[in-house]
Design a protein around this ligand. Structure first.
Ligand SMILES: Cc1cc2nc3c(=O)[nH]c(=O)nc-3n(C[C@H](O)[C@H](O)[C@H](O)COP(=O)(O)OP(=O)(O)OC[C@H]3O[C@@H](n4cnc5c(N)ncnc54)[C@H](O)[C@@H]3O)c2cc1C
Length: 330
């Protein structure tokens, strides 16, 4: 069987991996020039930033095996420092239970995780799929390739558009995402004395929702004596300021950040901004409501489970199992 997958995020790549292991002929189409989607890394002047997912938590899900099968030589590492909380400018020890969950990252950046899962898969980068067609045999045609099954592994608004291009208007009812601005700073200041790798604002009132000291996850993330930081700002701030220039955003958040971390520097060294319009689903939709055995086109994305890597992985796996079951029953 031939399967086309649109989207090389963790959902699409996981689905492709399990189908390829079964023996299917799989091709993944990705609009970007790299794989990973919202699990991605950007490198600037020796600073390494995870602008999407900052770590993967091992919570007894399928992805655990994937992460634990990798070795130190692959760059995988357990994050030793936990998370702390902040509110009203003060920092507190974090939630004990949450800190008991083992979290992992990659020295070279989280994007590597999707690279390992997708090893050996036929992936066509820089291929933005505008629409999908069906031929007279009711097979799917993408870029002159013909497929028995199609997996749309993109966020729901994009999946809805692609499905409707083949006349499939299935309901995604209440799909809703929050926007998120990720602001990255490289600074010539050593923050390795801080006892945490991330600070979370638990009351939701502070624009600095999640402050990840990337170089405290693993020291390879910044040049010697320097630190790399990623700030994910709150949904409210992200929504209000989404269209502001990178420069204004970086300056605005820098003032709040240096006060919170007590950094005695007027300027940051390097800065970059990543704008996520669909960062994480606010409401999830039932997997079985969207995907049925009677279909030949399926949707695999985190919004059918939860906005986390391990859940996106599960979704990709379950879609692969559905296709395999269908193939075997025919
Ligand atoms: C800022 C941020 C922080 C996060 N932090 C964490 C965290 O710490 N831990 C955690 O577990 N999770 C975290 N998440 C959530 C996690 O990243 C996502 O749940 C997961 O990556 C979603 O994967 P996906 O494959 O479903 O979708 P995506 O990663 O969005 O993949 C979809 C892919 O489809 C491609 N695509 C879209 N349209 C087309 C088209 N028309 N043609 C071709 N390709 C197309 C996109 O380019 C993309 O590569 C975070 C997310 C964000 C945004």
């Amino acid at each position: 069987m031939r399967v086309g997958v649109i989207g090389a995020g963790i959902s699409g790549i996981t689905c492709a991996k399990y189908l390829a292991e079964y023996g299917a002929d799989v091709t993944v189409f990705e609009k970007s020039d790299i794989i990973g989607g919202r699990c991605c890394t950007e490198v600037l002047e020796g600073y390494v930033f995870d602008t999407g997912a900052t770590s993967v938590a091992l919570r007894g899900k399928l992805i655990d095996e994937e992460v634990l099968s990798l070795s130190e030589a692959d760059g995988v590492c357990k994050i030793e420092k936990g998370t702390f909380a902040h509110a009203y400018g003060k920092v507190f020890p974090g939630d004990k239970q949450a800190n008991n969950v083992p979290r992992y990252c990659f020295k070279q950046g989280m994007g590597a995780l999707v690279g390992f899962i997708g090893k050996g898969i036929d992936i066509r980068l820089n291929t933005d799929i505008i629409d999908v067609n069906k031929n007279s045999d009711k097979k799917y045609v993408i870029e002159d390739d013909v497929f028995d099954y199609l997996v749309v592994a993109t966020p729901i608004p994009e999946a809805r558009r692609l499905l409707s291009s083949v006349g499939d208007h299935r309901s995604f009812s209440n799909a809703k995402y929050r926007a998120c601005l990720s602001l990255c700073y490289g600074i010539e200041c050593d923050l390795s004395h801080l006892p945490y790798h991330a600070l979370i604002n638990l009351d939701g009132r502070d624009p600095l929702s999640w402050v990840s000291i990337e170089s405290n996850k693993t020291p390879e993330r910044a040049p010697d004596g320097c630190s790399s930081i990623v700030v994910q700002v709150s949904p409210f701030y992200s929504f209000q300021k989404f269209s502001l220039s990178d420069d204004i955003l970086l300056k605005d958040v820098w003032i709040m950040l240096k006060n919170l971390l007590d950094i005695d520097m007027d300027k940051y060294g390097v800065g970059l901004v990543r704008k996520w319009l669909w960062s994480q689903p606010e409401i999830t939709i039932s997997f079985s409501h969207v995907n049925r055995m009677s279909d030949t086109i399926f949707v695999a994305t985190d919004a059918l489970k939860a906005g986390r890597l391990e859940m996106a992985y599960e979704c990709g796996y379950e879609v692969a199992q559905l296709i395999i079951k269908k193939e075997e029953s025919e």
